[in-house]
Design a protein around this ligand. Structure first.
Ligand code: ADP
Ligand code: MG
Length: 252
């Protein structure tokens, strides 16, 4: 572990817990039970991958834990924050201070340099950057020689590394990544997944990644399988073969 670390570890070893989570979209005949009673603990300082068939509820689950969407019933606890009863304003504040996001499409602002992109979320939250932490992230994500470049001057892999550094700048309780390698070729995907893996192992950054690629999920410490809005299984220290088998068993 490095001298400077990500969000301080919890005393419970659990970064987030969901209990009896349901999410219903629409009403009447158009009703969809996207989540049908999910119980799940996300461990601290570990890399969790969420997998499952298309439409099984992966994104909905992630959005409910990240405070991007409100569950219909059940409980979501992140650190010592209970999300179920939060207002929209409270959820916005919660997201700004306690979670980081990495997107498939990178979502860097084109008119800003890599460094400015990294600092933007803190600017928006009215917080001063922690410069030793900034330096640590620049080092771990190997973006030191790219800080003054704009996104169009960076490769896809470099852009995603900057986006990961941006997500970690506020020392969030959890970083959420939804298909972070969906726009990258396989070589670059491996490189970016290696950097996500490093940010968990070396910086203690709790990370949750949604992916449909067994090769990507194999980088995680644990794979959680979702089917029909429920947890259908979990794999620790997963291998690509083990993941493929487990997916076959749930009919994915
Ligand atoms: P996944 O990410 O596993 O592909 P989602 O969480 O996106 O699955 O979706 C789960 C189910 O909820 C799907 O049937 C999807 O069509 C439905 N759903 C997701 N978002 C909405 C929404 N905003 N309105 C209505 N239905 C939705
Ligand atoms: Mg999805």
């Amino acid at each position: 572990m490095n001298a400077v670390a990500a969000h301080p570890a919890t005393t419970t070893g659990i970064a987030a817990r969901v209990t009896g989570l349901t999410k219903v979209y629409g009403s009447g005949e158009a009703q969809v039970h996207a989540l049908a009673g999910v119980d799940l603990a996300i461990e601290d300082a570990r890399f969790t991958a969420i997998m499952g068939p298309s439409g099984s509820g992966k994104s909905t689950l992630m959005h409910c834990i990240a405070g991007l969407d409100q569950a219909t019933s059940g409980e979501v606890i992140v650190g010592d924050h209970s999300l179920a009863t939060m207002s929209d304003n409270e959820l916005t504040r919660f997201r700004r201070h306690h979670v980081g996001f990495v997107f498939q499409a990178f979502n860097l602002l084109p008119m800003l340099t890599a460094k400015q992109n990294m600092l933007l979320p803190l600017d928006l939250a009215g917080r001063d950057p922690d410069w030793p932490w900034f330096d640590e992230l620049v080092d771990v994500l190997a973006v030191a020689d790219r800080l003054s470049h704009r996104p169009t001057q960076l490769s896809g892999g470099q852009q995603q590394r900057v986006a990961i550094a941006r997500a970690l700048m506020s020392r969030p309780q959890i970083v959420f990544a939804d298909e972070p390698t969906g726009n990258l070729d396989s070589g670059t995907s491996g490189e970016v997944l290696g950097f996500l893996r490093r940010s968990v192992r070396e910086l203690g950054q709790t990370t949750v990644m949604v992916t449909h690629e067994p090769s990507a999920a194999a980088y995680a410490d644990r794979v959680v399988l979702i089917a029909d809005g429920k947890v259908a299984g979990q794999l620790d220290d997963p291998t690509q073969d083990g993941i493929l088998n487990a997916l076959r068993q749930i009919g994915a």
